[in-house]
Design a protein around this ligand. Structure first.
Ligand code: ZN
Length: 506
């Protein structure tokens, strides 16, 4: 039986190597590659993806999994052996249900759809994007049909790709809570504070780079295992647990890039701290997009936008950018980096308004999939909801319905994980701060190792051994994603900054 298990491991290790090689090619494409390399790179990636997919969905993997059923039962649920067999079986069964020609159509349509979207957004012409969107949605319906009967409702099949096991009904209920409790908080803040005026400042890019490296090194970035490079849209990718590539961008008049760097650091740390025993298996990665986003958001917001962090970091900031932050201190800077203002663009949204951007997309996606309104009306539906949820008028499609690339590549069901990640970050934070009551003092000293170690022990090391909810339960004791800690956190923080009356918090 050991021989069969070793054979499974060997095959999975090769598949993992292929997938990681593709990941480094993608990193290279977005960070290093000269533009004319794009056509050949698309072929290289398509070939690698096809070979990887064929190897993984081969009948031999299925036979190995069948043979290993008794071996799995001899091992504890928590063990490496049982977890590897269990998770591989789930992945294999799901992958097998989708015919290769549908996969190929989806990947071709994604490439074309992306190019169409870039053009439509550039020319601010929603109608130009319509045919591509129509085709992407049609393929999504065919994709959902592959799982006939496996899910309670069609959208579940899409969510499951990003957040395994998550149900639409559960997300809906969670988001209703946010509509009821988070949306009014935003209105309250805005009516209290008006819209903040942001003075123009200059942050020389070379100094930003220096400052950011200082910060992430304190967090745990070790140049022997990590890289930080500039790109257009920041992301994290990795070649292995010891080869973490994070990216960022720099704006000469603000420090948004710093928060992007801290965000991507959070993603990188999750991958870096997976148990080395899981390396070269399908378990060697974060468990879901929402859990991943909880980690990035934690370092970006709960750490990076906290007062203790800025009490530590502000003197260095003032040293590097004396003109830009003249007249500020840690407290005023903390208020500034937490300013709330409803805005058009999701990726620029603050902590208080971000989830509202997601709820709008989550609702529209279900209606798109169901065909609830003619596709031509999508722009109108978008604008109407922006007014309803955020109280702002959308001036054009480019800053409205065309702002995100996700739908162009068929990534429907993805958005919710951003908001769920925010919620999980607060759930985990509540537990972390119970276990480590002196965290604020440590941050003020520039000491972040205790937080990283807690996350390793309670979340990261498990990789994909357990489901997202099992992972959450192991870390926090909670059996579901609970929006209450996040709303409580926001209310306390914004109450503090904006001097709101203390209502409904404890
Ligand atoms: Zn992220």
């Amino acid at each position: 039986m050991h021989a069969r298990f070793d054979e499974l491991r060997t095959r999975l290790a090769e598949i993992h190597d292929l997938a990681k090689a593709a990941e480094i090619l993608r990193w290279d494409e977005q960070v290093m590659m000269p533009p004319r390399g794009a056509a050949a790179r698309a072929e290289q990636l398509a070939t690698l993806n096809r070979v990887t997919h064929d190897r993984f969905t081969s009948p031999e993997i299925g036979r190995l999994l069948d043979d290993l059923a008794p071996f799995e039962e001899q091992h504890d649920f928590d063990s490496f052996e049982a977890s590897l067999i269990r998770v591989t079986r789930r992945d294999w069964e799901k992958e097998r249900k989708v015919p290769s020609d549908l996969r190929a159509s989806m990947s071709r349509t994604a490439t074309l759809g992306y190019a169409t979207w870039v053009e439509a957004r550039r020319t601010d012409d929603f109608s130009r994007f319509l045919p591509a969107l129509r085709e992407a949605l049609e393929l999504k319906r065919q994709y959902v049909a592959c799982f006939d009967g496996d899910y309670d409702e069609p959208y579940d099949a899409l969510l499951d790709d990003y957040e395994p096991g998550m149900k639409t009904a559960e997300v809906r209920e969670t988001f209703e809570y946010l509509k009821e409790h988070q949306a009014p908080l935003v209105k309250e803040v805005v009516s209290h504070a008006g819209t903040p005026d942001q003075p123009t400042r200059e942050f020389p890019v070379e100094r930003q780079k220096e400052f950011e490296l200082d910060v992430v090194r304190r967090f745990g970035f070790d140049p022997d295992s990590w890289r930080l490079d500039p790109t257009v849209h920041p992301f994290e990718r990795n070649g292995s647990l010891q080869d973490i590539r994070i990216t960022t961008r720099y704006f000469p008049t603000n420090l948004d890039g710093l928060f992007a760097t801290m965000h991507e650091f959070g993603h990188g740390l999750y991958e870096h701290q997976v148990d080395p025993q899981l390396e070269r298996t399908p378990l060697a990665s974060g468990v879901s997009l929402a859990m991943h986003e909880s980690q990035s958001r934690m370092w970006e917001n709960l750490v990076g936008r906290s007062l203790p962090f800025w009490r530590f970091a502000f003197p260095r900031l003032a040293q590097l950018f004396p003109d830009a932050v003249a007249g500020e201190d840690a407290e005023s800077w903390y208020r500034e980096v937490n300013a709330v203002e409803p805005s058009l663009i999701r990726v620029e949204a603050d902590e208080a308004t971000y989830n509202l951007h997601i709820i709008l997309r989550f609702e529209l996606e279900q209606e798109l999939l169901a065909g609830s309104f003619p596709l031509e009306q999508l722009q109108e539906e978008w604008d109407r909801r922006m007014w309803e949820y955020l109280g702002i008028e959308v001036p054009d499609a480019a800053r409205g319905v065309l702002q995100d690339m996700h739908w162009s590549i068929g990534a429907v069901g993805y958005f919710s994980t951003y908001a769920l990640g925010n919620l999980i970050s607060a759930q985990i934070w509540a537990k972390v701060t119970d276990d480590l009551p002196d965290l604020d003092d440590r941050f003020e000293q520039g000491e972040f190792g205790a937080l990283a170690a807690w996350l390793r022990e309670n979340v990261h090391r498990h990789g994909r051994k357990f489901t997202p909810l099992e992972t959450l339960e192991r870390a926090t004791g909670a059996t579901r994603i609970d929006p209450e800690p996040y709303v409580r956190y926001l209310r306390r923080k914004l109450g503090d900054i904006y001097g709101l009356p203390v209502v409904g918090s404890r």
